[in-house]
Design a protein around this ligand. Structure first.
Ligand SMILES: C[S@@+](CC[C@H](N)C(=O)[O-])C[C@H]1O[C@@H](n2cnc3c(N)ncnc32)[C@H](O)[C@@H]1O
Length: 224
């Protein structure tokens, strides 16, 4: 659901200390903006930000970044983040396609894709955030032992994503067709969309995957 345009969103995001204004300047130096150098976890398509606010509170030993391209949901997310007063959380007003301009090779430990737009029409497949060109971007910014977690209500996006992971040689580490009834639920932190779909009785699809890094990924990775 698209939020109504809010003329106050842009100026608010430009002023908030939690929103990084020139993220390209921090490429390779993300740890310098946080009080402590810790693993960097990045949520792609943060929306209204419930996950990030909760996750940064539950896991102070991780530095959290939310990436969102639309200012209205991001405004909600940033306000939630400000309320927590957590120092391990930041936001980027950015399109996911620009990630390699902002993060250096291997800089991110974990990526999250939560309820990404399914783009059901075949001709829009390239817009899905698990399309292979996006997987190449994620592979570049992920650490050698880094991983990606995907949650969705969409059967078709889930199947498409599993196919793309397979085609691109990504390894499946965990998988469930009903996350809330699975052993992975104990670690699960819910998002706004997740609560909406789950309250309608819909199962949540879940997978944790890791890209295969090889010598051809040099100069970023020195061994298989
Ligand atoms: C369906 S919402 C899910 C929001 C949240 N993750 C949740 O689970 O409640 C998807 C969000 O991803 C954002 N998004 C979609 N494509 C994006 C892109 N290429 N770059 C950044 N954000 C994107 C949308 O603007 C939207 O806020």
């Amino acid at each position: 659901m698209r939020l109504r345009r809010n003329p106050l969103a842009k100026p608010y995001l430009q002023e908030s200390h939690l929103v990084i204004q020139e993220p390209e300047q921090l490429r390779g130096k993300w740890q310098t903006i946080f009080p402590k150098p810790q693993p960097l976890y990045v949520e792609l398509g943060t929306g209204k930000g419930q996950f990030l606010a909760k996750a940064s509170t539950l896991h102070p030993d991780i530095n959290w970044i939310g990436v969102e391209r639309i200012e209205e949901p991001l405004l909600h997310a940033v306000r939630k983040g400000e309320t927590t007063e957590n120092t391990n959380i930041r936001y980027l007003w950015l399109d996911v396609s620009k990630l390699t301009e902002v993060f250096d090779c291997g800089e991110v430990q974990r990526l999250f894709l939560h309820f990404s737009d399914p783009w059901p029409k075949k001709r829009h497949a390239k817009r899905r955030l698990t399309y292979r060109s996006f997987l190449q971007i994620y592979k570049y910014i992920l650490a050698p032992d880094g991983d990606l977690i995907l949650k969705t209500d969409s059967n078709s996006l889930f199947d498409f994503s599993l196919e793309e992971f397979k085609e691109m040689g990504w390894k499946i580490l965990e998988q469930s067709l009903d996350l809330h009834q699975s052993p992975y639920q104990t670690e699960n932190i819910t998002t706004e969309y997740e609560e909406k779909f789950s309250s309608r009785g819909m199962p949540i699809y879940y997978v944790r995957v890791q890209p295969a890094k090889t010598n051809s990924d040099l100069p970023c990775y020195l061994s298989d």
